[in-house]
Design a protein. Sequence first.
Length: 461
Amino acid sequence: MKTYLIILTSFFIILSGCKETIIESQIPKEFTNDLLHADLIGRVVQNDSKAMVIVSQIEPIDSVEISPVDGSFAFNDLRIGNYNITIRSENYRIYSREDFLLQGGSIISLGEIELSTVPDLVESFYPEDKGEIVYDWRYGRITVSILFTEPMDRESVEKAFSVEPAVEGIFNWGNYTQSPMYSLFADRSSGYDLGATITTYSKVSSVSYAFAKKDSYPDKEYKITLGTTAKDTAGNFLRFPLNFSFKTVQSYSTQNGIMTDPIHGDIEVSPLNYSYNGITVTFPRRMNKSSVEALTTVTPPMNTIFLWPEENVLRIYTGGPFLSDTTITVSIDKSAKDKDNVEIGQDFNFSFRTAALNISSTSPSNGQLFISPTSPLQFNFNNFVTLSSAQSAITISPQVSGTFSYGGYYPYEQMNQIVFTPNSPLAANTKYTVNIAATILDMHSSNMKQAYSFSFVTRPN
């Protein structure tokens, strides 16, 4: 209702007659209502849903269809009091809000309301729609779970449930899991009767469906549907289907990005990389090997060899231990593709710096006592070293004659370990000092940054 204030600002008596100016103004509702009424407005986001908005107090009082233009709705001159509102539309969950107060002389806005596409009987489900889950279990099973708002008729739910692509699996009622299952009563070796049916309970409102191992794949999209023939134990059917999809990704360690070992920015990385894994790059998806290899560069240039221990794991062998005291950079071009020919989308670069050549340990250790006079001396380095440089760089005082060799045995020599075997037993109860000059070289001709020395004492006779 509009109230107009007509203000007569002037009038003149002219020969031709009278003239007046009219100014129209909206009076605030609180000054025009009788304080016993109020307006209710709002907007449904899905303006094409043809949603019907119902206002009630125990019984429905009024209803209106939302505007197809912007989804708005309005109720005018409702009496003050507490109201319930319900919004219904096909293929959308029923929206309800209860016991909200309308105060006299006011305009109450419910704001924007987004209707849910989850059926009324469904409380939640896993995995989430369009989500990604990590699946790389040799012994696991992909699992889909649904939690209902009411106890469900199990037979109708199982018949209405489907997966695309088609899979086989097992329903596990009374269970709601949010991860792939390691074990479910799916193997005959477990001792469970696969045909057994539990009929003694009907209050079950959750179910998990575990895929058969043969149908569980990484890097795969699955679409789940629960049709409208599913019903609760009271006979209420789903008003519209539950539809959602998810993808699996193959990686324990990364779901949304690329992981590396060594990690970007690492320093003092052992040139031997003691796990002997070279440079490892773990992708969130199975990759197109030839595409990745062609678009991967290592700086400075090395005799790189590419290995794939897993479909999503690239191992880069650099032709031996890493270069000592060097910044190594790995670059993968953004056009590298996965097995679905999807590009990674942006350039990926990481770098790390290796440690300089140095002594990692000795035997005997520095300051050790009661050393057997017949024990050989061992020098362990963090990189392969050349035997010739070791022979000239290592000196012992008092002077001892003997031979230098690599640790281990043929053909498995440990080229990072130098062994000195005295020609005769060392003197008993004597202090010996070993000096290792910085001139010793690794296999890439890098030398130590500083000399190293240590002392030990042999045992008495």
